[in-house]
Each structure stands twice: as C-alpha cells, then as structure tokens.
Write a protein that binds this ligand. Structure first.
Ligand SMILES: Cc1cc2nc3c(=O)[nH]c(=O)nc-3n(C[C@H](O)[C@H](O)[C@H](O)COP(=O)(O)OP(=O)(O)OC[C@H]3O[C@@H](n4cnc5c(N)ncnc54)[C@H](O)[C@@H]3O)c2cc1C
Ligand code: SF4
Ligand code: SF4
Length: 465
C-alpha cells in the first residue's frame, strides 16, 4: 500500500498565506472578493481498488503516477486542486487535503456571507462553452423503401422523456426518397420537428451517402443527443457518424436518463452481462446511443399531431457513392424464419428441455395460445433450436404479453432479453432458480408434467366455450 503524505509546496504555502492575508484584509475592509483555497488531492490509505488508473487519466496537469500495484502517487507540488481525480474515483479513495491555514480560510468564508471568487478551470470552461452550443434530442427514423422500423417510434418514446428533462425539443431525423410521410408519422409518435433529407441518392441505405447527409445536419443544427436503433443499419450508421463528428457512442443501451449536468446516462450490460454499466460522454457532443428493438416501450400514437418539417436540400453526388444496391432481400423471406420479437405469447425452452424433440410440447402450448417458441442460448448452442429463436443479450429482446420460461435458469444474459415482458411465468424444478426473481408467477415442478397439463387445461377451457 503506498502512503501519501501531502506536503504542500512552498509555492502553495505562500499562496495560502497570501490568501489568508487577503482574506483578513477583506474581512477588515469589507472587500467583497476572497479566493477560495483549492487544496490538493490525497489518497485515503487502504481505499484504492486499483481500478485501472482512472485518477491518472483525468488529471489535467499529469501529476498522478501509478505504483506497480496500481495505486496513485500524487505530486502535490503540481496538483492544482481541480478535484477531477476525486470525482472520477469509483472507490471514493481520494479526498482533498487542506492545510490548517486553508481550513481556517474556508471556515471564515463559510461563516461570512462574502461572495467567493472561484478559480475557473480553463479546460472546464472551454468544454462547457463547447457543449453549450449543442441542444435538442434527435431520433434517427430508420426506413427501408419508405417502410419505417418500429424501433424508431420506441426511441421517440424514450427521447420524449429525455427532451422534457433537458427542456429541449424532440426531433426526428428522416433520410430517404419520398419519405415526408415518415415526418408526419414521427409527429404522431411525439416529435415536434423533423429534419428531412429527401433525394434519390438516399433511396437505399448506403453508409457513405447517409453519413455525409447526417453529419451535414449535425454540424449545422448541433443536437446534444442522437438515438438510433441497434439494428444492422443503425449500428453501421451510428458508428460511422460518431467517428466522423468525433464523439462517443454507446451501443445496445437498456436504460437512458439525464444527470444534473445534462449528460446522457447510458446504461448497458458489460463484462458479459454480469454488471450493468452507466456510460457518459461528458466532454463531447452529440451524445450518441443505440438501443435494440423492443427494449423501450412503444409510445402512444396521436393521430393528426403536427410538427415542423425542416427540409434541407443537402445531397450527395451519386457518382461519389461507391456502393450500389442491386436488390433488397428481407429476412422474413428466408425459409422457416420466425420473428419472435413481434409475438404476444412466447414459450421458451432452455437446457432443462433435455433434447430437441422435447420442444414439441412447447410448440403445442404455443399453438393453443397463438404464440411462438423461443429458446435460451444453451438450447440454441446445443443445436436444439435455430439461432433466430434465441432470447437474451446476444439474441433477441422481446416484450410479449406473456413469456413462459420452461427449464431456463434465468442467467442475467437471458433476463435482459425478456424481463420487460408484461407477464413472466417460470416453470423450473429448482425453487432457487434466479428466473423466479423476475417471474410474475412461478411454478416449481417438472416441466414435462406442468407444460402438458397447462396445454390440456387450455384445450378443455376452449372446448367449454
Ligand atoms: C456474453 C454472453 C452472452 C450470452 N447471451 C445469452 C443470451 O442471449 N441468451 C441466453 O439465454 N443466454 C446467454 N448467455 C448464456 C447464459 O449465461 C446462460 O448460460 C444460459 O442462459 C443458460 O441457459 P439455460 O437457462 O437454458 O440453462 P441452465 O442454466 O443450465 O438452466 C437449466 C434450468 O433448467 C432447469 N430444469 C432442468 N430440468 C428441468 C425439468 N425437468 N423441469 C423444470 N426445470 C428443469 C434447471 O433447474 C435449470 O434451472 C450468454 C452468456 C455470455 C457469457
Ligand atoms: S486534484 Fe486535479 S490536479 Fe490534483 S491530482 Fe487530482 S486531477 Fe490532478
Ligand atoms: S481512481 Fe481511485 S480506485 Fe482507481 S486507481 Fe485512482 S485512487 Fe485507485
């Protein structure tokens, strides 16, 4: 454990004495400006968790060195007391040290009502000025041949809450050819404004043209938040735009909120889904996130809602776009593919199903309910079910009315894909299985008895009708 004994430099001590003298004079003469001592950072012995030198990376004057065991040594002579390391430390292992003289000045300041002259950190001031130029929440409206992706409306739903908290407008970003109808659809889902790029070059999604167009609008109108669907198109476009405009991007967010400094708190699973991380982009704008379909709730559609369309004439010469689209082959055309994301009833099986043929009992129940069969990754990895049935972090996110989990333990990577279902029914013979923690109803028992019994009961009830 490294021990740090802060010894303020002679310079710093001189400064303190000068501050002290000036503060006494201020008190005597009722002069209204006193400099507040800033102190120096110090490590609290035994508190550092060696998080990976976050304190070192934020220090603007490079006065933090790391020991071999990953703990900081702070050069107090160079420290300017900006507190960045203190704020960033996840273990609260750093604190500010004040000399007795500085403490006395702080006490005097606290006791007097005299206004305090805060030293302005020039780096922080420059960042604040840069960020202040960006305002507004934008949602990219994904479309293919004029047909919108539902995730765009889901994002308008969450975007409305963010815009309200920030006190700004919610806008749609619509790019395509003959797609003005999508602006009106966006108004129905809550957008107040739509930025529209409408030209033949945008008919098919091609990264080069869309990046040029979107970046033109971003540079011109400066939104502070941009949300996109974590779809094939959204992932491709968001990454390219973030690189071009030089900002951060958080993929596959499951939660979005605003902190007290207007930063977007972007929550997503990390380290294989074992923890939820909240990621911020506090020095760059716009703040960009992608969100998978069905993660956010669909907002209410208000027929006839009106908004303003900002039609921008910016276009890209066709000859500068190297990609040519010959044909669009939709996923749903592929043989046997099932879209579990739109299903109202999903009956999923896990490793507890024991064999692929046993999924037949889930299919029977699904048929009675008018639903589809889903699967955990273990069942997919075992080759029992196709990959398009997988629910979870690396599969699909679903929000059915009823999700029935059969022989699924409830690993966090599975839960993130289904826990927002309206109702979860879990069938597991292990009463301590984590799936019961998110279940509305839990049945402890052998699924090979319980599932056929539920199917038989539904058939019986249907026959009685
Ligand atoms: C990066 C990463 C991404 C991942 N992504 C996903 C993902 O998208 N989706 C996903 O599902 N997993 C994912 N996983 C895997 C996840 O961690 C789990 O390993 C997996 O979900 C376990 O599947 P399971 O519940 O079917 O199997 P198990 O954990 O083995 O659970 C089987 C359950 O069946 C019960 N059971 C057995 N027999 C019966 C019976 N006769 N009657 C009733 N109950 C019975 C058992 O009590 C047990 O609870 C991911 C893992 C990682 C590291
Ligand atoms: S208070 Fe600021 S200057 Fe001092 S060590 Fe921490 S980050 Fe560096
Ligand atoms: S930020 Fe905190 S936990 Fe991380 S290395 Fe520095 S003192 Fe240790």
């Amino acid at each position: 454990m490294s021990e740090l004994k802060p010894k303020p430099s002679p310079d710093k001590q001189d400064k303190c004495v000068n501050d002290s003298i000036s503060s006494q004079k201020n008190a005597e003469n009722s002069v209204s400006r006193t400099k507040k001592p800033r102190g120096v950072a110090q490590l609290i012995a035994g508190a550092c968790i060696a998080c990976g030198a976050r304190c070192q990376s934020v220090c603007p004057v490079n006065c933090v060195e790391m020991t071999d065991s990953g703990e900081p040594i702070i050069d107090t002579a160079k420290c300017i007391g900006c507190q960045k390391c203190v704020k960033v430390c996840p273990a609260s292992a750093l604190e500010m040290f004040f000399t007795p003289e500085e403490k006395r000045i702080l006490e005097q300041l606290a006791a007097s009502a005299a206004p305090v002259e805060e030293e302005i950190d020039p780096e922080a001031a420059a960042i604040a000025a840069k960020l202040a130029a960006y305002r507004g929440v934008w949602v990219f409206v994904e479309q293919t041949e004029g047909e919108p992706a539902k995730v765009s409306w889901e994002l308008l739903g969450v975007g409305a809450g963010l815009a309200r908290t920030l006190g700004v407008e919610l806008s749609a970003l619509v790019v395509g050819e003959n797609v003005e109808h999508l602006c009106h659809e966006a108004f129905a889902y809550g957008a107040a404004k739509a930025y529209l790029l409408d030209a033949p070059v945008y008919y098919h999604y091609r990264t080069e043209a869309y990046v040029e167009g979107c970046c033109h609008l971003i540079e011109k109108y400066k939104p502070e938040v941009i949300l996109m669907g974590a779809t094939g198109m959204g992932r491709d476009l968001a990454g390219a735009i973030a690189t071009r405009v030089g900002t951060g991007l958080t993929a596959d967010c499951t939660g979005l909120a605003i902190d007290d400094k207007r930063n977007l708190m972007q929550t997503r699973p990390a380290f294989g889904g074992n923890i939820m991380a909240t990621i911020m982009c506090d020095k760059y704008r716009p703040q960009m996130s992608t969100v998978r379909p069905n993660v956010m709730q669909m907002p209410e559609r208000k027929e006839g809602a009106e908004g303003t369309i900002i039609r921008d004439p910016f276009t890209v010469p066709e000859e500068s776009v190297l990609t040519k689209v010959i044909e669009i082959i939709r996923d749903s055309h592929s043989k046997g593919a099932v879209d579990i994301t739109g299903a109202e009833f999903i009956i999923s099986g896990g490793r507890g199903m024991m064999a692929p043929e046993n999924f037949a009992i889930l299919q029977e129940l699904a048929d009675e309910l008018g639903g589809v069969v889903g699967a955990s990754r273990s069942a997919v990895d075992a080759g029992w079910m196709a990959g398009d049935r997988q629910v979870g972090q690396t599969g699909k996110t679903v929000r059915p009315k009823i999700y029935i989990a059969c022989g699924i333990s409830g690993a966090i990577q599975h839960l993130v894909g289904m826990q927002d279902s309206d109702m979860v029914i879990a069938i597991n013979r292990d009463s301590s299985a984590p799936i019961f923690e998110v279940a509305t109803y839990g049945i402890v028992g052998d699924l090979f008895q319980v599932v056929p019994a539920i199917t038989a009961k539904i058939r019986e009830l249907k026959q009685k009708k």
